[in-house]
Design a protein around this ligand. Structure first.
Ligand code: PBG
Length: 325
């Protein structure tokens, strides 16, 4: 006699209506944050060869993009500034008239409270050597760097940033930034901390977009070793203790175990940052006809939500929001 199954999980997969009704994970435009690059001195938006569909924006084109994103229900933008001039200490990062400060003011003016304006807080786009902090010889010097991060945080908050997002992976950066913000009158400005950021080869295309590749060496003395798991939980714990309001795990796709663990252990708001290389891989495969871009992007984003991420930082935010609506 044929041993018929007693359990039939296929019953709940029988139609798209059944599948939609019983989906355990929801992906909505409100889960999405769109990174935007703003380059000083551009006359027109410039394409980024390694990231098809992503632009270096002018203030004007960024306003239009932000307006469109807000209309689609995307929750926020994450701003990266590319200054016209760089120096060893990255002074443009905290200039009141710097590109990121101009961008924050323009976008806040454009979208008001329809969308959150988050400022990436780092020095790598602003230093002529491309490192995330001040150098002592060939070393990125921790303690003088976090002092500068405090100044950057204040200048970004003064420009109107809703949230600052430190991504430099210096020790004690969240504490230094919290103290600086409290001191300069912004005790209510939240810190979205890149608590867990790995030294990843998947940042390659971003370095074209933000023009912040290190001129020598790499970032392995401060970003985490992809081999490590426990260390990620220690990093997250430290940032929470130092006053982080929400945490970023980055990259996303290869690090969903970390997303899950950080969410379960701390139950803080968690953003997964699907980095430039993740975007470009899908784009390149789709351009060759090897993958269906829409299906691949929505599957990857759903997986990040399933792992426990509340927010997804993705260069596909606009397309995904369109597909979802
Ligand atoms: C540093 C920063 C980087 C990214 C975001 N912030 C580059 C790096 O650490 O080298 C990478 C993002 C991406 O690849 O999409 N400010």
């Amino acid at each position: 006699m044929t041993p018929f199954p007693t359990e039939r999980p296929r019953r709940l997969r029988g139609s798209s209506a059944l599948r939609a009704a019983f989906a355990e994970t929801r992906l909505q435009p409100a889960n999405l944050i769109a990174p935007l690059f703003l380059k000083e001195g551009l006359d027109a938006p410039a394409p980024i060869a390694s990231m098809p569909g992503v632009l270096q924006h002018t203030l004007d084109s960024a306003r239009k993009e932000a307006r469109a994103l807000a209309g689609l229900g995307v929750s926020g933008v994450l701003l990266f500034g590319v200054p016209a001039s760089k120096d060893p200490s990255g002074t443009e990062a905290h200039s009141p008239t710097g590109i990121i400060q101009q961008a924050i003011r323009a976008l806040k003016d454009e979208v008001s409270d329809e969308m959150v304006v988050i400022a990436d807080l780092c020095l790598c786009e602003y230093t002529d050597h491309g490192h995330c902090g001040l150098l002592a010889g060939d070393e990125v010097e921790n303690d003088s760097t976090i002092e500068v991060y405090g100044q950057i945080a204040c200048s970004q908050a003064e420009a109107g940033a809703d949230v600052v997002a430190p991504s430099g992976m210096m020790d004690g950066q969240v504490k230094a930034i919290r103290a600086a913000l409290d001191d300069c009158g912004f005790k209510h400005t939240p810190i979205l901390s890149y608590a867990v950021k790995y030294a990843s080869s998947f940042y390659g295309p971003f370095r074209d977009a933000a023009e912040g590749a290190p001129r020598f060496g790499d970032r392995r003395s401060h970003q985490q070793d992809p081999a490590n798991f426990s260390e990620a939980l220690r990093e997250a714990q430290l940032d929470i203790d130092e006053g982080a309001d929400a945490l970023v795990v980055k990259p996303a796709l290869g690090y969903l175990d970390i997303v899950r663990a950080v969410k379960e252990r701390f139950d803080y708001p968690v953003a997964a940052y699907s980095v430039s290389g993740e975007y470009s891989m899908i784009k390149a495969a789709a351009a060759n006809g090897w993958l269906d871009e829409r299906a691949a992007v929505l599957e990857a984003l759903t997986s990040m939500r399933r792992a426990g991420a509340d927010l997804l930082v993705t260069y596909s935010a606009k397309s995904a929001a369109e597909w979802l609506s």
